[in-house]
Design a protein around this ligand. Structure first.
Ligand code: NAD
Length: 257
């Protein structure tokens, strides 16, 4: 299938899943807009590399997804926005009684509120274009919980709820809204959780990976960023025209337990 002529905006895409999704969408022919809150040469270089390798147009636009105005401005600056992938996300691990208020606020802003702002700004463009896809990168933690992740689990459950609302509001239009719920994917976000979890459980790095992270993932394998991107490409295909308002778990069986 070809996504030639479509423009995809992927929030939080200078690393990890977002970057993997941008690559797969570009390989399928879409022009992509990469984003994060930094404005470094290496951010723009990622877009240049995608353009060069895929023959599509890739751009990098700086916008801080913790700020509603910048979320909406990202969509404005993108021009077209046929495919919106809300991916930007951060994590912080602490018991709820010790959870720093500023971390709670940042997680809710970046992991949940940003998707509200970008979706609100993108839907009129999708309606004008007569086609659209909203794909929210939620999490297995949008469907289940773990201790010490109150803000993250709350935000991801919120994203799954908002996905359903957007799907209902667009149900009779050629627009779909779905959430992808990954289990553990070895990205910088997961790497960053390892030291805290080592402390929390007094375990070695290897034990945290095997006994804490992949303990919940029956396949005992990390999912990959390419699998996330491939699922986004599928959701953009006509085979997925009637798939809306739902979640797709890519979690090695985690939520089957
Ligand atoms: P990552 O840390 O590699 O990527 C996060 C991205 O978000 C980065 O590009 C970062 O620059 C960007 N970002 C952070 N704060 C931002 C801000 N204020 N404004 C704009 N961009 C910002 O992590 P990842 O694992 O690739 O996570 C991507 C998404 O996937 C997140 O929403 C995460 O919750 C979700 N997820 C990840 C896993 C996993 O195991 N890696 C599992 C389930 C869900």
């Amino acid at each position: 299938m070809s996504l030639k002529g479509k423009t995809a905006v992927v929030t939080g895409s200078n690393s990890g899943i977002g970057l993997g999704v941008a690559w797969e969408l570009a390989k399928a022919g879409a022009d992509v807009v990469l984003n994060s809150f930094t404005d470094r040469d290496e951010d723009h270089a990622l877009a240049d590399e995608i353009s060069k390798e895929t023959g599509t147009t890739a751009r990098y636009i700086k916008a801080d997804m913790s700020k509603g105005v910048e979320c909406r401005d990202l969509i404005e600056q993108a021009g077209a926005c046929d495919i919106l992938v809300n991916n930007a996300g951060i994590q912080f691990v602490a018991g709820i009684d010790e959870f720093p208020v500023e971390k709670w606020d940042a997680i809710i802003a970046i992991n949940l509120n940003s998707a509200f702002h970008t979706t609100a700004a993108a839907l009129p463009k999708m309606r004008a274009a007569g086609w659209g896809r909203v794909i929210n990168i939620a999490s297995a933690h949008g469907l289940t919980a773990s201790p010490f992740k109150s803000a993250y689990v709350s935000a991801k459950h919120g994203v799954v709820g908002m996905t359903k609302v957007v799907a209902l509001e667009t149900a009779q239009e050629p627009i779909t809204a779905n959430a992808i719920c990954p289990g553990y994917v070895l990205t910088p976000l997961v790497e960053a959780q390892i030291p805290d979890t080592m402390k929390e459980y007094d375990m070695s790095r290897e034990d945290v990976i095997k006994k804490v992270m992949l303990e919940r993932q029956p396949s005992k394998e990390f999912a990959t960023v390419e699998q996330m991107g491939g699922t986004c490409v599928f959701l953009c295909s006509s085979a997925a025209d009637q798939i809306t308002g739902t979640t797709i778990s890519i979690d090695g069986g985690w939520t089957a337990l």
